[in-house]
Design a protein around this ligand. Structure first.
Ligand SMILES: Nc1ncnc2c1ncn2[C@@H]1O[C@H](COP(=O)(O)OP(=O)(O)OP(=O)(O)O)[C@@H](O)[C@H]1O
Ligand SMILES: [Mg+2]
Length: 711
């Protein structure tokens, strides 16, 4: 069964036909044809359940383009990972240069009014939810919503927000078409039922994927064996050598950011020898860009750029967007041969990886210790190998440690059925945040309305009894009222000014509550930092140091009994011990006290990547704290100051100098040490000569250039 694209003439806008022709797509495959037969082009809701690489994006594309061109409405594409949203955005932009296509995955406290002028908008789940909280007008002109990777509903961290987003959208835009896509749902019929959608199921696979298990330098497939090329005795290096000898590329999945970095470190020495000098030149250029994507390169930037020089990279959520894109593009251009990644590259993306190796099949999770990856997740990771655009065959591998494990792994991951996905909406802190948002946006204002809404969620659909959720709703509403975030008049709730702001800031109400409690207390710098560290958003916390144990005594009065009790309630997310966030606050304090990064990393048992993402989160929370202080008419100057210090990792005395572009932690300290303590000190010839000596001509003249506008 294969439908010629030309048969679609008259049923879809000509623009699509032209674009398909240009991209060399002549026939629709089975799932695509089934989708059309299910009245995709008449605007019906559709759930597509078909294997990885089976061309689900094209189905979404047809629906979105029909909406924009024929119906003259807007379409939104929602992806759970930012890497995926931006990849699809780039693809669309180049296929349809004349359409107004936008990408919005950033700042969560912004209305992004400019989006109103665009026809197709690519967003991350959280960004879309936050846009709705800010009250975007264009939501009413939405004609089509694509939910990619809809199995994410099952994810403890991201699922609940996705589920609420979908349920909300179905209310806000009643007529809008929903197209939900996934390669891994065992109970697709249940999802389709929930969404009043037609179900398209297909087993179509465009590329042959050979699945095997590696032991003793051999790959064991179901009915044959293959000896690996290369020479290393370390399995993942051996596999990488084998792939590069075949002139191909490989993606290796690890369970943690730290492991990806360590993996790249190990691989680079061996891989380096396999790369020609011409490629190395180009790799060096990319490595330099990666090194300079931040005003002050962190150890992580150094590690990454160093690995890239050798043709290897790591990829995880701690990379800044620019670095992420540089790595992805260099892999697509066949310069980087190996990427060591967390699951950030595990869903939906099209990469030229001939081989995928899932190195870790278990992962450390919060309080529960090691947890095995499920079949659905491994199937997704495997699906990154052998994408049709790049290969005609792919190879997906796992590692066994001993012979008996081969059978075990086969049984678990190779031939078994996909798992059903289940709603994770029961999780308390997430409900708390959404309930406040419902009321703050005047979307739902009574207990009854909220309860009805939950009946419409996937949770309500799966468990017809929502008594437990109703109990939680009661509890949360009382709590939000007690904290002064909502008010009740008769049976109607309304948000207070502060409640509305907290909802917009996209922080957990409990975080808002704790910040407010602290704002009125006597605080030093450590207390300021504890105010933002003792929150959901800063999890996972770092190791508890002895120093933290000793000093906590002087700060424990910041936590009220109620906050303590509420924090304990979040048991789904792991055991709460106030010493942990306190230790995290001490770590941030060392950072703004200019302690060296290697020392901090060692002392708090963390990694440069994790430290960097903590600082980014802390920056956001400090912004939120300042906004709350403004509204409560509490003092905010000190908070603003700490925020800047945190961004640069500097003591107070360097604050004036970092106003200069190109001056960060290191350069400011050098200037200060040489008697240049304020920007105004740079006005003398002597000072200018000093920095020229310190930083060289290029950098110093860029600094001096800025003086006239600095007042
Ligand atoms: N009918 C077709 N003919 C030829 N190539 C196609 C066709 N449909 C899609 N493709 C190509 O197949 C590749 C994979 O498609 P896509 O990314 O949509 O897969 P997917 O089903 O979304 O997989 P995943 O579940 O991994 O996200 C793309 O490069 C796409 O251009
Ligand atoms: Mg996809």
């Amino acid at each position: 069964m294969a439908m010629n694209v030309t048969e679609l003439k008259g049923r879809i806008p000509n623009e699509i036909l032209e674009s398909l022709e240009e991209r060399g797509i002549k026939r629709l495959n089975e799932p695509q044809e089934l989708a059309i037969n299910s009245e995709l082009l008449l605007g019906k809701n559709i759930v597509i359940a078909s294997p990885t690489a089976s061309g689900k994006t094209l189905i979404a594309e047809l629906a979105m383009l029909r909406t924009v061109i024929t119906m003259r409405k807007k379409a939104v594409y929602v992806a759970p990972m930012r890497a995926l949203a931006s990849e699809k955005y780039e693809e669309f932009k180049s296929s349809y240069p004349y359409l107004k296509v936008a990408l919005s995955i950033g700042d969560l406290d912004s209305l992004d009014n400019w989006l109103a002028n665009y026809d197709i908008i690519f967003v991350s789940t959280e960004k879309f939810d936050s846009l709705i909280r800010h009250g975007i007008e264009w939501i009413h002109s939405l004609g089509c919503v694509v939910i990619d990777e809809v199995h994410m509903l099952d994810d403890l961290n991201r699922g609940p927000t996705l589920e609420i987003l979908i349920t909300k959208l179905r209310r806000y835009c009643k007529g809008a078409q929903i197209v939900a896509l996934s390669a891994t749902i065992g109970n697709a019929d249940e999802i389709a039922d929930w969404l009043d959608a037609r179900l398209v199921m297909s087993e179509y696979r465009p590329v042959k994927l050979k699945k095997g298990i590696v032991l003793n330098n051999k790959v064991h497939y179901e009915d044959e064996e293959e000896s690996l090329g290369g020479a290393s005795m370390i399995p993942e290096i051996r596999v990488a050598e084998d792939v590069i000898e075949k002139n191909k590329q490989i993606l290796i999945f690890y369970s943690t950011k730290r492991n990806t970095e360590a993996g790249a470190e190990k691989l680079k020495k061996v891989i380096s020898r396999m790369i020609d000098s011409k490629s190395k030149e180009k790799l060096n250029e990319i490595a330099d860009k990666v090194l300079n994507s931040l005003s002050r390169p962190t150890t992580q930037c150094e590690k990454l750029s160093d690995a890239i020089r050798h043709g290897v990279a790591f990829h995880h959520s701690g990379l800044v967007n620019e670095q992420r894109k540089l790595v992805e593009d260099a892999f697509k251009n066949n310069l980087i041969k190996v990427i060591c990644s967390t699951t950030t590259l595990g869903y939906g993306v099209n990469m030229p990886a001939h081989t995928v190796l899932v190195r870790d099949t278990s992962r450390y999770s919060g309080g529960q210790g090691a947890e095995k990856l499920g079949i659905n997740e491994v199937t997704q990771l495997f699906g990154r190998a052998g994408r049709p655009k790049y290969d005609t065959e792919g190879r997906a591998l796992l590692l066994a440690k001993y012979r008996e494990e081969i059978m075990e792994l086969y049984g678990t991951y190779m031939n078994s059925r996909l798992d059903p996905i289940n709603s994770k909406l029961g999780v308390l802190p997430i409900l708390r945040s959404h309930l406040l948002a419902f009321i703050a946006t005047d979307f739902l204002n009574s207990k009854e309305a909220i309860s009805n809404f939950f009946n419409e969620t996937f949770y309500g659909h799966q468990y017809s009894n929502i008594r437990e959720i109703n109990r939680n709703i009661d509890k949360i509403l009382d709590e939000l009222q007690g904290w002064g975030f909502i008010e009740k008049a008769g049976s109607q709730y309304g948000a207070t000014k502060i409640g509305k702001r907290i909802s917009e800031l996209y922080i957990d109400p409990l975080t808002g509550r704790f910040i407010i409690e602290c704002l009125w207390k006597e605080r030093d710098e450590i207390a300021d930092l504890f105010m933002i560290a003792n929150t959901m958003e800063m999890r996972p916390y770092v190791k508890v140091t002895e120093e933290a144990e000793e000093r906590f005594l002087f700060y424990q009065n910041l936590i009220s009994d109620e906050t303590l009790e509420r924090s304990m309630d979040n048991y789904e997310l792991g055991y709460y011990d106030p010493l942990k966030p306190f230790s995290t606050a001490l770590m941030l304090h060392e950072w703004i006290d200019e302690a060296g990064e290697p020392l901090i990393v060692k002392k708090y048992g963390t990694t440069p990547g994790a430290l960097y993402s903590k600082i980014t989160n802390a920056d956001w929370l400090m912004y939120a704290a300042t906004e709350i202080a403004k509204l409560m008419k509490a003092k905010q100057t000190k908070l603003l100051e700490i925020r800047v210090r945190m961004r640069y990792g500097i003591k107070r005395e360097l604050l004036d100098l970092v106003r200069l572009k190109g001056v960060g932690r290191v350069r400011a300290r050098m200037m200060f040490g040489n008697g240049i303590k304020r920007v105004s000190d740079l006005r003398t010839q002597e000072a200018q000569a000093t920095i020229t000596k310190l930083f060289g001509k290029d950098i110093s003249s860029k600094i001096i250039e800025q003086l006239p506008e600095m007042g």
